[in-house]
Design a protein around this ligand. Structure first.
Ligand code: SF4
Length: 311
């Protein structure tokens, strides 16, 4: 009875959201790691790169951003004249907090010739210090496109490991050991356990995973890259090493194949802060709204646009 009531309640909420979204000319952009019921009301679902691209294309007056703080900020930077609202102010990425402007300035003074490439998982203030932003879909390509032998890179040192294996440049991590807690919790032991249960499955993992897991995988890619790989592979079974929200999308979009999470506890708490109730409420109140100082909006736009050009 509880499940039935919950389903009916969700149906109600979804209908209200879709109606209000149309009335207000709003668009709902949703990250792959969001709850399945939020995927159901999305106009676009994707990874950080796809969502950034989508944010540049929309002619909506309001962007409802269902992801975490740095993603909504990126949408605002690319659409300074639009209202960008979020369902929860608690959806804050812990990785984005791991890098500060002071750390970047210190690295710049140590390596004055180096270019700065920042993962999109950073706050707007830090992005103003970057020569270029990158996502997990294009990090190696962006680093290789920089016209310097040394690149200051942060905050994710596991993505830094992935990049180092694909470039001849010196990659200096700032901070030295930044990480995503959701992906760092995926261990080599988890991978071996999943492999012994599903010996015919291919292992596909995100580059935020630790080096040991990256080395044992059949393929490493961003979430969109993982979906593409699973769709195009001749294999029928996959062990998926990323936040479990992606499994929902994989099962929906590629129903003829089977997906197993590398670990069922790979859950990003901040991404799950957003709920259907939150989406409806923020649409009704047009709040909480992302606001950034004008100079930050202007300066942070350049490295994001540079990434979009290069990718
Ligand atoms: S999965 Fe990791 S990097 Fe992504 S939002 Fe969660 S904590 Fe941040």
């Amino acid at each position: 009875l509880y499940l039935k009531n919950n389903r009916n309640n969700n149906m109600d909420l979804k209908e209200k959201i879709i109606k209000l979204k149309e009335e207000k000319n709003a668009v709902i952009l949703v990250h792959n790691y969001q709850r399945p019921e939020i995927h159901d009301v999305a106009d676009f679902i994707g990874d950080s790169l796809g969502l950034s691209r989508e944010a540049t294309k929309t002619d909506a007056d309001i962007i409802v951003f269902c992801g975490v703080d740095f993603m909504a900020e990126t949408a605002k930077i690319l659409n300074p004249e639009k209202r960008v609202i979020v369902p929860s102010i608690r959806a804050l990425c812990p990785m984005a907090k791991q890098i500060t402007s002071e750390q970047i300035m210190e690295a710049k003074s140590k390596y004055p010739e180096a270019k700065v490439v920042l993962y999109v998982n950073t706050h707007a203030k830090e992005k103003t210090l970057a020569d270029c932003v990158c996502t997990s879909a294009n990090a190696d390509k962006i680093v290789n496109a920089m016209d310097s032998d040394t690149v200051i890179f942060g905050p994710d040192d596991n993505l830094g490991y992935y990049v180092r294996k694909r470039t001849d440049k010196k990659v200096v991590s700032v901070p030295r050991d930044g990480y995503c807690y959701t992906h760092r919790n995926l261990s080599g032991a988890d991978l071996l356990k999943a492999k012994s249960k599903h010996p015919n499955a291919q292992v596909v993992v995100h580059p935020e995973c630790i080096p040991e897991v990256q080395e044992a995988a059949d393929h490493i890619a961003s979430t969109e890259g993982m979906i593409r790989f699973c769709r195009e592979s001749g294999n029928k079974e996959f062990i998926v090493g990323t936040e479990i929200g992606l499994i929902n999308r994989l099962r929906k979009e590629i129903p003829e194949k089977t997906f197993f999470p590398l670990s069922p506890v790979a859950i990003c708490g901040p991404q799950k802060e957003n709920t259907l109730e939150g989406v409806l409420m923020c649409l009704e109140k047009e709040n909480p709204e992302i606001k950034l100082p004008a100079d930050v909006l202007e300066k942070a736009k350049k490295p994001i646009e540079r990434m979009l050009e290069l990718s």
